[in-house]
Design a binder for this molecule. Structure first.
Ligand SMILES: [Fe+2]
Ligand SMILES: [Fe+2]
Length: 264
């Protein structure tokens, strides 16, 4: 199975680019599935039901979220009903959404899990025991498994990835919105990358307008952080799985959408 995982979709620039490119990417890269982290799709925070529907209709097979999952309350019924979107598996049982899903693809069944880190983030349940439970629940039902580790700290992400080495196909990071240069298949056959980067405007501070973020950081005066507009890129990773459900390869994926490139 070959699947593409795209990192945090930020605002209209990222969302529009994914809608435009999802189906074509499947053909161009011979993909069996596309999974997208959409926690920042709705003007930078959350996901609206209409956006969810359009992403699925555009060819996205499954959606992960993150700490911004409930920023748009309208998405809660979708989280309760859909079998193509997950909540963080280490959120409370009472929180809306499924801790894992299994989506059909032409090459088999792809399990998708999201977990949140606990370093420099809001307190949540243990991601290690949550992912153990999800894997136990999914046992025997999948041909490949993708874990989206949504966390801030590189060390924590490496720890989660190593913990899962040999047990899932890929452990791919989101949340920091900046791609890391460490994509590789670990010793026991699991692909990992600390952060696959965002789908959004890179002429920005993690997707937001540079001037607004800088001013608030310096003055402490709060203001709305607009989603930036320039140097839009899709970033992620393409993973190929083998018959054992482990990874035979991982390659970073990056595509420039507006063609202007960085540092204009
Ligand atoms: Fe994000
Ligand atoms: Fe996040």
């Amino acid at each position: 199975m070959r699947f593409l995982f795209l990192g945090d979709v930020v605002g209209k620039p990222g969302y529009s680019a994914v809608l435009d490119r999802a189906a074509a990417l499947k053909t161009e890269h011979r993909l069996d599935a596309v999974v997208v982290n959409a926690e920042n799709a709705a003007d930078g925070a959350g996901l609206m039901p209409r956006q969810y529907r359009r992403l699925i209709d555009a060819g996205v097979d499954a959606i992960t979220m993150g700490d911004h999952i409930y920023r748009r309350a309208e998405i809660i019924p979708v989280l309760q009903e859909s079998e193509r979107i997950v909540k963080p598996a280490n959120y409370p049982a009472a929180a809306a959404g499924r801790p894992w899903v299994i989506v059909p693809t032409p090459a088999g069944r792809l399990g998708v899990i999201s977990i949140l880190g606990r370093v420099f983030t809001r307190p949540v349940d243990c991601p290690f025991s949550a992912v153990d439970q999800a894997l136990e629940d999914m046992a025997g039902q999948t041909d490949a498994i993708l874990v989206d580790m949504h966390a801030e700290a590189t060390g924590e992400k490496q720890t989660i990835a190593r913990y899962l080495d040999g047990r899932v196909t890929a452990v791919l990071g989101t949340h920091s919105h900046v791609p890391t240069a460490d994509a590789h298949v670990m010793a026991d056959g699991t692909a990992m990358q600390c952060d696959v980067g965002m789908c959004g405007p890179y002429d920005s501070i993690i997707g937001r307008d540079v001037g607004r973020v800088t001013k608030t950081t310096i003055t402490f005066e709060p203001c709305h952080f607009y989603v930036a507009t320039r140097d839009v890129r899709l970033c992620g990773a393409i993973v190929e799985s083998n018959a054992e459900g482990l990874a035979s390869s991982i390659e970073r994926f990056e595509e420039s959408i507006d063609g202007d490139g960085p540092n204009r």
